[in-house]
Design a protein. Structure first.
Length: 426
């Protein structure tokens, strides 16, 4: 059995490739069913976010390339298109990778907590789809435990560094004081909610929040005295926005060049700062060609984020040490499973001998034999039968010069060397 983690992320692949292999939340259950029907795939889970798409599997054999080929085929890509950007982690490397992902050590924003929630959602989806079993189930639970330990014992989460924070910091660099600006936030997920919080804390004067449903927009708007609209209302309000930050789950762009051209005319060419955090992108790339629009994608925030990372580096080193220890613990558990069938067979054999000797003792007692004599005979018979097979194998090992097996017997049976050199008849 092999555990395998593979995929692409913000560090290995550009956004235009990441958006091609993203899985929508609605598509994941069926995709998991399809994946676990591939030859040799026993368990599977899919984590798909704006920054990464990766798959966790347990496989019957270590050399099974079928899941990787499936990923390309599922998204209609040739394997050679994906291969240069793909990472694969087997066994202990897969365990370490998942622990690092859960703890935020593999994120664009070091130590960010959102990915842990996304990993938990991935686990729940796979659980409902029936694609999680003993191995991946234990690995996910172990990763959640380690992430919690790292949050508790290090300072990695003590500083407000996130994609949302980076977007707001970039807006401050462009506009300086935000108190006279209007922001249009598109979407209502965790990233937009965090962005609204940072903008509010930095004195933004007016905020518009657009979402597919007005109810969700109103729920978030009520917290920050913002104005709620639907996605269909955006064209009427686009010209009001000095800052636009978008993060939806739409599979297609929701704003194009034409909408911005119209808004720019109304604004009389006052500049607009736009951050498209979504993958797939919410805003057509051609919008960035307009003179008065400053369009940034999630990849463009990397430099801003790096400036805020220094305070987390020491905590990250401590977290890596914790993870190395916890990888060993998980692999020890995994290795112990190999002994389960052997232990079960040994117990079954001993129980069979016990029952055989017990029946023999019962017959002797029923025939009127002396109980003390029966007890002595039973214990001697039981001892002889239990050690007969190991003794025969050890004699054969000695004759064959198998000193390694003889040494292993001392450790396996916890033998005392003094007993070995004494007279066996005493």
């Amino acid at each position: 059995m092999t555990i395998l983690a593979f995929g692409i992320n913000h560090a290995t692949a550009p956004v235009d490739l990441r958006e091609k292999i993203i899985f929508s939340s609605d598509a994941i259950p069926d995709a998991l069913g399809e994946l676990t029907h591939q030859q040799g795939v026993n368990e599977a889970a899919i984590l798909s976010t704006c920054n990464r798409t990766e798959i966790y599997c347990s496989l019957e054999e270590s050399r099974n390339e079928r899941p990787i080929a499936w990923l390309s085929e599922y998204h209609g890509l040739k394997q050679e298109q994906l291969a240069p950007f793909l990472y694969t982690h087997p066994d202990a490397h897969a365990v370490k990778h998942m622990l690092r992902v859960a703890s935020g050590l593999d994120s664009m924003v070091l130590g960010e907590p959102q990915v842990l929630g996304q990993l938990k959602s991935s686990y729940q989806t796979a659980l409902k789809a029936g694609s999680i079993g003993k191995y991946l189930g234990r690995l996910f639970q172990h990763s959640f435990k380690v992430a919690k330990e790292i949050r508790t014992t290090t300072t990695i989460g003590n500083h407000p560094v996130s994609v949302a924070f980076a977007a707001v910091r970039l807006a401050q660099q462009i506009f300086g004081d935000l108190s006279g600006q209007t922001a249009l936030l598109i979407g209502a997920g965790d990233t937009i909610e965090l962005t609204a919080k940072h903008l509010h804390e930095n004195g933004l004067s007016r905020m518009i929040i657009a979402n597919r449903t007005l109810q969700r927009s109103q729920h978030l708007s009520s917290e920050y005295s913002a104005y709620a609209i639907t996605l269909g209302d955006i064209p009427q309000h686009l010209a009001e926005a000095d800052i636009i930050i978008s993060s939806t789950a739409s599979p297609l762009p929701i704003l194009g060049k034409g909408a911005f051209e119209s808004a720019i005319k109304v604004r009389k060419h006052r500049p607009v700062f736009v951050v498209d955090i979504a993958v797939p992108r919410d805003i057509e790339p051609e919008v960035g060609d307009l003179d008065d629009v400053y369009l940034y994608t999630i990849d463009d925030l990397k430099d801003v984020i790096q400036d805020n990372m220094h305070s987390r580096q020491k905590a990250a080193q401590q977290a890596e040490e914790i993870i190395d220890t916890q990888v060993t613990h998980f692999m020890d558990w995994l290795g112990s499973l190999d002994a389960v069938s052997t232990i079960r067979a040994l117990r079954n054999q001993a129980q069979s001998i016990q029952e055989e000797v017990f029946v023999l003792a019962q017959k002797k007692l029923q025939s009127g034999a002396d109980p003390e004599q029966v007890l002595q005979e039973v214990t001697q018979t039981l001892t002889n039968k239990l050690i007969h097979s190991p003794s025969s194998q050890l004699r054969a090992a000695g004759a064959a010069g198998r000193n390694d097996l003889l040494s292993a017997a001392y450790e396996l049976f916890d033998l005392n060397m003094d007993h070995a050199t004494s007279d066996p008849k005493k």
